[in-house]
Design a binder for this molecule. Structure first.
Ligand code: ATP
Length: 341
């Protein structure tokens, strides 16, 4: 792609799902034209909220490969999000010819649980224990299945016997047995600029998951009276959190450690928005159970900005808009290659 200095000559494109409303709105706010690539039947929100200047309907998200020439002609820059990565697959993303915001090389590290663990552990962060054999289970564990499950079917087990009973309906699936951390979930949203090497805290959220978030609405007596109430973690939405201010120094250091370590594992490391998914215990230990190396849906409540982005920018600044701002600055400084891969 020939470098053009006027950002209005570029278009911001993404798949219509996950955080696309925020990404496209943020791009508009920064003066870009936008493209939403939607699966048939999924285009309504993007039309209704008027965030997309162009909507391209596809039968399958993988058809994005057939659209490449059209997207290249439009000077489109693709913005990844979780659905984008899940639907296309991180290996396939590497082969995309259309300019892509972020570092494709880091995707392998967030998509593979072992590599992810190595990355987080080597960054000095606390991660939950993994049990490689059910017979080694000596504490409560959470059993997670591989692939895009959205927490469906995940279960908690107390010991080996309990595990063997509960795994029966899922026998053919690949899973991981992880130590269950008792505490509150805290999802930390960061943005790391590859232009200024500065790390920003964008906000925090917790998830609203079915049915685990409604178990507290039934007394333990009634739960026992019901035939079978196992918690599940099907994600329904996200809720904003403002953290105790005295945690901020630690949380910033954690983000910095992850970025520094990322530079040791792949050239250029991690940049753009990312999220550490953590559990904070009553002892104030912070366990990181996952990293998302791209924008997370937990930033969606902050289309108008979060308390933290308000402190920094004094204008509405969502993570989606922050991405567009970064691309705009890169274009104007002739440094677009620093934010793309
Ligand atoms: P993602 O959509 O982020 O890829 P996922 O849906 O596959 O993730 P996780 O985020 O790994 O699933 O876990 C789902 C939920 O289970 C979390 O939101 C959290 O509430 C809970 N959870 C995950 N790991 C642990 C743990 N080690 N201890 C306690 N709770 C956990």
């Amino acid at each position: 792609m020939a470098l053009l200095k006027n950002h209005k000559k570029y278009k911001i494109a993404t798949i219509g799902s996950h955080s696309a409303l925020q990404i496209l709105k943020g791009a508009h706010d920064e003066g870009f034209s936008t493209i939403a690539i939607c699966k048939k039947g999924m285009e309504k929100p993007y039309k209704s909220f008027k965030v997309a200047d162009k909507i391209i309907i596809v039968d399958e998200y993988k058809d994005i490969f057939k659209l490449q020439n059209e997207l290249l002609k439009e000077n489109a820059i693709l913005i990844p999000h979780a659905s984008f990565i899940t639907y296309i697959g991180y290996e396939k993303i590497e082969t995309l010819k259309v300019p892509y915001y972020g570092n494709k090389k880091i995707l392998k590290w967030e998509s593979d649980r072992n590599l992810e663990r190595m990355w987080l552990g080597n960054a000095g962060l606390k991660v939950p224990l993994i049990f490689d054999e059910p017979k080694k289970i000596d504490r409560p564990v959470i059993v997670k299945f591989h692939g895009a499950q959205g927490g469906k079917g995940y279960f908690i087990a107390k010991h080996e016997k309990d595990f063997r009973e509960k795994i029966k309906p899922h026998k053919t699936k690949k899973y991981v047995i992880q130590e269950y951390i008792l505490g509150v979930p805290l999802f930390i949203h960061y943005f790391y600029s590859s232009l200024t090497n500065e790390l920003e805290i964008m906000g925090f959220d917790k998830r609203y998951e079915s049915n685990v978030d409604s178990l507290g609405r039934i007394s333990a007596r009634d739960q026992l009276a019901l035939e079978k109430v196992d918690p599940s973690y099907v994600i329904v939405g996200n809720m904003p959190i403002v953290v105790r201010e005295s945690y901020l120094p630690r949380l910033i250091e954690m983000g910095e450690a992850v970025v520094n370590q990322s530079k040791k594992i792949v050239p250029r490391g991690l940049f753009g928005p990312f999220c550490l998914e953590t559990i904070l215990t009553p002892e104030e230990e912070i366990y990181v159970f996952e990293i998302s190396a791209r924008i997370v849906a937990g930033t969606n409540p902050y289309i108008e900005g979060s308390p933290y982005t308000w402190l920094k920018y004094n204008e509405p600044m969502s993570s989606g808009r922050r991405i567009a701002r970064e691309i705009k600055i890169a274009i104007n400084k002739n440094q677009l290659s620093k934010v793309l891969s």
